[in-house]
Design a protein around this ligand. Structure first.
Ligand SMILES: NC(=O)c1ccc[n+]([C@@H]2O[C@H](COP(=O)([O-])OP(=O)(O)OC[C@H]3O[C@@H](n4cnc5c(N)ncnc54)[C@H](O)[C@@H]3O)[C@@H](O)[C@H]2O)c1
Length: 333
């Protein structure tokens, strides 16, 4: 058995992280090449990691040594790039979300299913130690049934320009909050209905491009549990991500908005730093998801997060938009 040889396409915020991890930390994986349309970026990352650089994705895909592709490009490119990778016979690890619109998401799902190749979508919170413990605790029954799920997700600052445009990114419900819906579905169960209140409070760019920047979503699950998901695109003290699972016999709290590993005491009291952003909070999880995907290829097993999970999250995001526009609760079809 040879190591799985990867191409990482898209070397922005998240692609560089995947490339570095594949180079240094994933057993049985080898970073073979990187690709970005920005030539100096492709070259500098390739030089640093001592791998091949491509600026043309098509050319990179024709490299017969590549077994698998990590697609970490802007979301509106996901469909085209996934289809091309599958057609070239490569396994695909696709960054979330599947695609900005339902028709594109459905096409990806159909192509994945008929390809016979491995596919996973990068909802890395499922590989986070604390969310995993929360899930196994719920499944053990020790806390009784889940009554409500609460998630607060406030990013330190708005995302890159394209992601402020809901036509390109899917908007706040998909680009940001599909992580929270993914964890909600994984731990609590299928989402039945959403009711959204939202508006523009923190980013002129997001407002101009037609997205919302602060939203509150009431959720109903098929199993009668309730939920509340709140997202904001700007937060003064860093990444504020908290989840609570309130059960009959206790509550699980995941994540705290402060880094208690260091504090500074002065005459004004003691202060703690925040967690800067996703790269710090989920570093281990990003590593684990790539380990898992690599092992799924080698062992010929189904990866944990299916293309249907990705599709369902696009359906939930569409229901959120409808609820916001029609100002009423909407069933997720
Ligand atoms: N799982 C997570 O926590 C997480 C975090 C951040 C981003 N993401 C997802 O990852 C994807 C990328 O987001 P980002 O924030 O890294 O974006 P980004 O804008 O920082 O980077 C995207 C990169 O893709 C490159 N690119 C554009 N077109 C290309 C093409 N045709 N071929 C090769 N490269 C191309 C750009 O030059 C850029 O360097 C998005 O789908 C986003 O939702 C996921």
């Amino acid at each position: 058995m040879h190591a799985i040889k990867y191409l990482v396409a898209g070397l922005g915020r998240i692609g560089r992280l995947h490339a570095e991890m594949l180079k240094t930390s994933i057993p049985n994986a080898e970073l073979h090449a990187v690709c970005d349309v920005v030539e100096p970026l492709a070259k500098s990352v390739a030089e640093r990691l001592k791998v091949r650089a491509y600026t043309s994705y098509d050319k990179a895909l024709s490299d017969p040594e590549i077994d698998a592709v990590v697609i970490a490009t802007p979301t509106f490119l996901h469909k085209e790039m996934t289809v091309k990778a599958l057609e070239a016979g490569k396994h695909v690890f696709l960054e979330k979300p599947l695609a900005p619109s339902l028709p594109d998401a459905k096409e990806i799902a159909n192509r994945v299913k008929s390809s016979g190749l491995k596919f996973m979508i990068g909802y890395m919170r499922r590989f986070d130690h604390y969310y995993r413990r929360a899930k196994s605790l719920v499944e053990s029954g020790a806390l009784g049934r889940v009554i409500s799920f609460t998630s607060i997700a406030r990013d330190p600052s708005p995302p890159p320009g394209w992601a402020a445009d809901p036509q390109l990114s899917g908007g706040i419900f998909l680009d940001q909050l599909s992580h929270d819906f993914d964890i909600a579905r994984w731990i609590v169960g299928e989402v039945k209905e959403v009711y959204v209140v939202g508006g523009n409070y923190v980013s002129e760019e997001i407002k101009t491009k037609g997205d919302l920047d602060v939203v509150s979503i009431i959720v109903k699950f098929n199993n009668d549990a309730q939920g509340f998901i709140h997202g904001a695109r700007r937060n003064t003290f860093g990444y504020d991500l908290r989840t609570e699972i309130y059960c009959e016999k206790g509550t699980i709290f995941v994540g705290v908005p402060m880094d208690t590993m260091m504090s500074i005491g002065t005459g004004n009291g003691v202060s703690y730093g925040g967690v800067a952003w996703f790269e710090k909070r989920f570093l281990e999880a990003y590593m684990e998801e790539l380990r898992h995907f690599t092992s799924a290829i080698i062992e010929d097993e189904e990866p944990l997060i299916s293309v249907d999970d990705g599709l369902r999250l696009v359906e939930i995001a569409e229901a959120c938009w409808r609820s916001y526009r029609e100002r009423k609760p909407v069933s997720v079809s």
